[in-house]
Design a protein around this ligand. Structure first.
Ligand code: ADP
Ligand code: K
Length: 494
């Protein structure tokens, strides 16, 4: 069984590093292992004899660079060590590593990056503190302008380890060798794009060995596979849940049907579309296994929910942005069922997020905004909207509302109110197509109907949706997605 993959924040990485040192491995030993992994990766990119320029910074990232430079020189590479800052000012393990480099260290501004077969970027790693400027920034810009292949040490210099943000400028690398574990900045945009292919080297640090802080994970099946619903031999369809999807008016019914079909495909035992009276005809003409009920506004929804068997609700796609949608959301919240709010259900609360403050605590709820919906919903809440990290924004929104927040995009972040968060990475730009989000909502609601906990359902739903889209590729339309679910499920459940 694959285990969840933790993505430590920079301060957690320092804790894990300190724990390894306290347990008896000297810091210099960790640095030598790191430099060794870098040298091995460099030799796979540029064979012995190659001209390698190692750009080393003033901290331990630079220390890794010195170790790699010495090893590469010993493997017949023609190595130039280009240092940012003064050699005499290196401290601690970095100073010890530099002492083992016999050659000279030229100032980084004199490095001939254009003439390198390979550039090793060891300027900054997890210790980056502020935007790059001056000589550091010029070095990064010259590396990028050279067009030569770059191997980044730990992180592309200029990428923030926790957020993936570019701090002023960042190195565009082909490959990155990181240590002990990937970091959020390797998965979040734009960091993911700058890092290229990421390789994790085990240097004897246990990424779990840390003492505090919330957990961040890569959204891989190890995180939720055990919680995926599997029907038992004697399962009744009602054991597998009954999902209710609210439909929009006569000209806005497709979104609900897309979601409903996805809920059925993911295994919800029954799925019903609740339709305004004027849209019953058009919905009836296009539904078969999915059932249909008339539902006239908030009162209609209240009446339907007297039937306790509807255990998961999906509100939002094409419902319309108005007070009636808000009223339906309120009815749904009070009904205490598993609840998924998307699209118009979120936009109807534009600037009114305070009405959703902590309302979901204690009941499973998932909000699935894209960035635009997120900005509208939390208008007037700079504490939630302003952090540059998508991870942090999703976390704060989840803590504020008490719901699991799925902040969508290429690097979808799923955050739970208790602080757990996952970053998705198996998507495809072909998912950026009308109705794709409606399908995602149906998948997650359908998983919750089958009693999967909200955070796991959201993580699994995002992964399955992305795998379905990525498996299809060019030409994907939202109508395809639901029917691609069984293939993905088959693999996950085998
Ligand atoms: N470039 C991309 N790469 C991967 N996934 C993407 C990309 N753009 C959008 N998606 C995914 O496609 C879905 C689109 O949802 P949404 O924006 O709500 O669209 P719609 O409202 O048309 O259904 C989301 O799951 C989102 O994460
Ligand atoms: K680096």
């Amino acid at each position: 069984m694959t285990r969840p993959e933790p993505l430590p924040l920079a301060y957690q990485m320092r804790q894990a590093d300190a724990a390894a040192i306290a347990a008896g491995t000297p810091g210099l030993t960790l640095m030598k292992r790191a430099g060794h992994a870098v040298a091995e990766a460099a030799l796979r990119m540029a064979p012995p004899g190659a001209r390698v320029v190692v750009a080393a910074g003033p901290g331990n990232n630079g220390g890794d660079g010195f170790v790699a430079a010495a090893l590469l020189a010993g493997r017949d590479c023609r190595v130039t060590l280009a240092l940012l800052g003064d050699r005499e000012r290196l401290r601690g393990d970095a100073a010890l590593a530099a002492a083992e480099w016999q050659g000279q260290a030229i100032p980084v501004r004199e490095a001939a990056f254009d003439e390198a077969d390979l550039i090793v970027d060891a300027l900054f790693g997890t210790g980056l503190q502020r935007d790059l400027e001056g000589e550091a920034r010029q070095a990064v810009e010259r590396m990028n302008a050279s067009g030569r292949p770059v191997l980044a040490v730990d992180l592309p210099s200029g990428i923030d380890s926790d957020s993936g943000a570019v701090r002023g400028a960042a190195v565009l690398a082909q490959r990155t060798v990181t240590f002990a574990a990937r970091k959020p900045g390797h998965l979040l945009l734009p960091g993911r794009r700058f890092a290229g292919t990421v390789e994790v080297a085990d240097i004897g640090i246990d990424p779990h060995a840390r003492t505090s802080g919330v957990e961040t994970f890569a959204n891989s099946p190890g995180l939720w596979r055990e919680a995926l619903p599997r029907p038992g031999l004697d399962s009744h369809k009602y054991d597998r849940g009954h999902t209710l999807v609210l439909s929009g008016g006569a000209t806005r019914t497709g979104a609900a049907r897309l979601a409903a079909r996805a809920a059925l495909r993911i295994g919800s035992g029954l799925v019903t579309v609740a339709s305004p009276p004027e849209a019953l005809g058009i919905n009836a003409a296009q539904l078969t296994a999915v059932m249909l009920r008339g539902c006239d506004g908030p009162e209609g929804l209240y009446a339907i929910l007297k039937d306790e068997r509807f255990n998961a609700l999906l509100l939002g796609p094409a419902l319309g942005v108005h007070a009636a949608t808000r009223a339906m959301v309120t009815v749904a919240i009070h009904a205490r069922r598993s609840l998924l709010l998307d699209a118009d259900a979120l936009t109807s609360f534009e600037g009114l997020a305070s009405e959703l403050h902590r309302v979901f605590h204690g009941a499973p709820a998932v909000l699935t905004p894209h960035e635009g919906e997120f900005a509208r919903l939390f208008k007037g809440h700079p504490d939630i909207l302003d952090p540059p990290s998508k991870l942090e924004r999703a976390r704060r929104a989840a803590a504020y509302t008490g719901a699991v927040v799925v902040l969508k995009g290429m690097d979808t972040v799923i955050a739970a109110p208790d602080g757990r968060a996952a970053i998705n990475e198996n998507g495809t730009p072909y998912l950026a197509t009308a109705g794709s989000g409606d399908t995602l909502g149906g998948i997650v609601a359908g998983l919750m109907a089958q009693h999967m906990p909200a955070f796991e359902a959201a993580c699994a739903g995002v992964f399955i949706h992305a795998a379905a889209g990525a498996g299809f590729g060019p030409g994907l339309i939202a109508e395809d997605l639901a029917d691609l679910i069984p293939g993905v499920l088959r693999q996950l459940l085998s």
